[in-house]
Design a protein around this ligand. Structure first.
Ligand code: SAH
Ligand code: F3S
Length: 426
């Protein structure tokens, strides 16, 4: 009988891919299969995120709950960025944890599994070319890593300390993996890295890589995350616009609209550069979607700085916004900045930003009534319909069932809502 693995994945797409790698290794070599029932599990893994403080606080209470509920003899492992960051402190604080596996040590899962108290968190470890076994949580789309780590030193961000230096994976390995996934039915390839458009390997940059992946016949769509606004040069924008397989939704993490704050964040670009790139994209591709990440109340952010952020929101009218209150993180430069913003002011700014974004989004949503999109269906909804994404990233749902999965159909929007556009196959 196979053993059972319960795995919880927090945080970003890279963590999701790391979890797939862990599942693949454990099912191929250690006879594990997945369970969603904690009480049934022989092994419980938490793949953690440390980008903001809240999830880290939650970790220890969660370990306590899992330890109480788990069956006799079941092991608990902590993986991911908080594992990298806290290392053996986790076991000291929570002795019920059997092992700790850092975000850059995923390939060592089988070693730590059999060593009570093992801590593998070396951020200089290079597993960028490790041949992981195969596991994919979706039949229709496949995540493919193109680089690991991050060489930027954004002053608010803990990731360079948990995922280490940036290493680009050789292009031929990426193409090989994308080909294999696409041949087995995943027509959409999702390229992953902390800073994808900084990709560089043997003279090939990210634009070259996009073109190489698009030459695979079975690949119909290419998405990627996250690009960095600083590296959005003309070549990249032109390949993005002209390559028909590259989906027309771009993540442009703004962080702040104030050039002064961007400088303190060490983002490397100005408000003007960001606007120039966003307008260029809107000019080249009228239907493009631009999503963003914004941090409010970074240390030193004045009302005027925040107004600059609101100004960018007004000018770009993002199709999607991920917004956060600044959260001081250990191992970061900004944690030493003394001019912290009052937490009430921070909450007000976050709510002002989100409220205005919602209004903009309602206008964008209403404007989709009656429009037609090519939708690649990938998910059965619990409500009964089938959902997929339009090329530019809208979540679209129609009535139907399995027979639509893995297919691309033209859909006319009949009932646009903020989170989902409902429509009919035409
Ligand atoms: N390379 C990734 C960044 C990963 S962190 C990218 O460019 O998307 C994801 C987002 O979390 C960041 O874009 C930022 O908006 C937010 N974030 C990171 N550190 C933060 C902090 N200390 N406080 C609040 N938000 C933070
Ligand atoms: Fe973090 Fe900046 Fe890299 S946000 S992941 S240090 S690009």
């Amino acid at each position: 009988m196979s053993k059972k693995l319960f795995i919880e994945t927090l945080g970003c797409a890279m963590n999701m891919r790391d979890s797939e790698h862990i599942i693949a290794e454990l099912s191929k070599y250690e006879n594990y299969s997945l369970t969603t029932d904690l009480k049934d599990a022989d092994l419980i893994l938490i793949n953690t995120c440390s980008v903001r403080e809240k999830p880290v606080q939650k970790l220890f209470s969660e370990i306590g709950v899992f330890n109480k509920k788990k069956k006799e003899g079941a092991k608990i492992g902590v993986c991911g960025c908080t594992a990298s960051h806290l290392g053996e402190e986790i076991i000291k604080k929570a002795p019920s944890v059997d092992f700790v596996l850092g975000a850059r040590n995923v390939s060592k899962i089988r070693d730590v599994l059999h060593k009570k108290g093992a801590v593998e968190v070396d951020i200089d470890y290079d597993e960028s070319q490790f041949a992981f076994s195969e596991f994919r949580s979706s039949l229709y789309k496949a995540m493919v890593n193109i680089s690991i780590g991050c060489d930027k030193q954004c002053t608010f961000c803990i990731v360079p300390s948990t995922r280490g230096k940036e290493v680009s994976i050789p292009a031929n390995l990426i193409v090989q993996e994308a080909k294999k996934a696409a041949k087995s039915g995943a027509k959409e390839i999702f390229l992953l890295g902390q800073n994808v458009n900084n990709y560089s390997h043997e003279g090939k940059d990210f634009s070259d890589l996009l073109n190489m992946v698009s030459e695979i016949d079975e690949v119909e769509r290419i998405r990627f995350t996250s690009p960095h606004p600083l590296h959005m040069d003309d070549k990249f924008l032109e390949v993005f616009a002209s390559n028909e397989k590259v989906c027309k939704s771009m993540h442009m993490p703004l962080q702040s609209g104030s050039t002064e704050i961007l400088k303190r964040m060490k983002r490397g670009y100005t408000k003007e550069w960001f606007l120039d790139r966003a307008f260029r994209l809107r000019d080249m591709i009228p239907d493009v979607h631009i999503s963003t990440d914004i941090i409010v109340a970074f240390p030193g952010e004045s009302d005027e700085d925040f107004n600059q952020t609101m100004d960018v929101l007004e000018k770009v009218r993002f199709e999607q916004l991920f917004s956060f209150k600044y959260s001081p993180r250990p191992l970061t430069k900004a944690a030493e900045f003394a001019d912290v913003v009052d937490s009430k002011v921070a909450s007000q700014r976050l709510s002002t930003l989100q409220k205005r974004h919602d209004e903009i989004l309602d206008e964008i949503t209403d404007a989709q009534m009656g429009r037609e999109f090519e939708v690649y269906f990938e998910e059965l909804r619990s409500s009964g319909g089938v959902a997929g994404r339009s090329d530019n990233g809208f979540l679209v749902q129609v009535q139907g069932s399995e027979e639509l999965l893995g297919k691309t159909k033209r859909v006319k929007i009949t009932y646009p809502r903020r989170t989902t556009l409902y429509g009919e196959v035409v």
